[in-house]
Ligand binder design. Sequence first.
Ligand code: AMP
Ligand code: ZN
Length: 488
Amino acid sequence: MEHKLIIYNTLTRKKEKFVPLHPDIVGMYVCGPTVYSDVHLGNCRTFVSFDLIFRYLLYLGYKVRYVRNITDAGHLEGDQDEGDDKFAKKAKLLQLEPMEIVQKYTIGFHDVLRMFNTLPPSIEPTATGHISEQIEMVQDIIKNGFAYEVNGSVYFDVDKYIKENNYTILTNRNLEDMLNNTRELGGQDEKRGRLDFALWIKAKPEHIMRWPSPWGIGFPGWHIECSAMSRKYLGDQFDIHGGGMDLAATHHTNEIAQSQACNHTTPAQYWMHTNMLTVNGARMSKSSGNGFLPGELFTGNHPLLEKGYSPMAVRFFMLQAHYRSTLDFSNEALDAADKGYKRLMTAVNLLDKIPASKSTSIVDFNQLKLRAFAAMDDDFNSPVLIAELFEVVRIINSLFDGKLTITASDLQELKDFIQQTVFDILGLKDDQINDADNIDDLMQIIINIRNEAKTNKDFVTSDRIRQHLSSIGIQLKDNKEGTLWNKI
Ligand code: AMP
Ligand code: ZN
């Protein structure tokens, strides 16, 4: 099947044909978590979205280098050079080393993403592991005339940059408005311009996370880490840079300026931004305190929740919305997703029980496949793919009921399609399977006992077996090949 992948590029505000810089190879950088507290469900939405994108690029046959960083230093509370260091503050509060905080929440982040069945990135670099690369980049920016040092801190000279470059290229914001709306921020007395931002910050005596640099003891600004690490692992120019939409206006805008000032090129060809997970219309965030932790959702242990949902039902809930649409959290929406996910898995599990026939009576399966992949080619439209999969669920149920027939080779094609879309691309797995690892073997034993009873004309026993199974939601179907079972 020929694929023509189209990606919505924030940089051009258009959907564009995806043409990687090197044929068959894709470099993708995604801003990872700031590991000073538990990841909430909103963060997970962004990482699940990029997992879908990573998986689809792999499915298309690209060799993908997927770099997703861990921010473990330099991120101040206000995102714009003001406030305490997030790690140092938490470390003081809990009387721990900052690196104990980093370790605890990095492990937690990995555990959660594993539950959501996301694939690990190819490289997961940390800010603290790349201090020398960040210092080197700051030096290059100073050398090129786009940064200046004041009293041990280094600032990016936005005024100078604006003269030769389009600073707001990513969001197309009006510079005048930006200037008028800028608050008095950290280091403002040292900054030449109101929009200047810190590349390196002089450490106050009480600041615990500190490193030597050509400008004295300090720590890197938040934005420089991603520019330095993307340059190191993907080169001056690479294919895709991603993150949540909230990062575009400041973090990514500054990343572009830093990379351009250092390397004389815009770093990424395609900028991709995921939309926010909201609760009653408000963005879920750590600081507003409306964040659900994934664990609370799985157990149902949260005042806003009526019950718990499995990680795969939650993943399905996320994939049912396009990554550029907001997704609002509600019990009803989760319930519907849970039902949909179970319906899909029940049908997938019937596939092995469908007998092959001499002919296939399904019409237009090829058209359905084309539509499903066309949706993914159209900027990774997973909700449309899922809608097509529900057509497949109807087909599978009709095959199981004997209303449709299928040949052995068409059945294999159907199974391959399910493997590719449900498991490889959407990254779902059957999380009900563990409850019933050997349910097939158990059911075969019960079916054999019932058949023996029937052979012995002991219809009281055979009927009782059928009725008891039916009362726990298992239905038996007798046909020429034998007895089949399914959950209802
Ligand atoms: P942070 O740990 O705050 O640096 O965020 C990690 C990633 O999660 C970033 O790409 C954010 O844009 C993203 N993110 C934060 N809040 C949300 C949300 N409510 N919905 C979707 N993504 C989010
Ligand atoms: Zn970043």
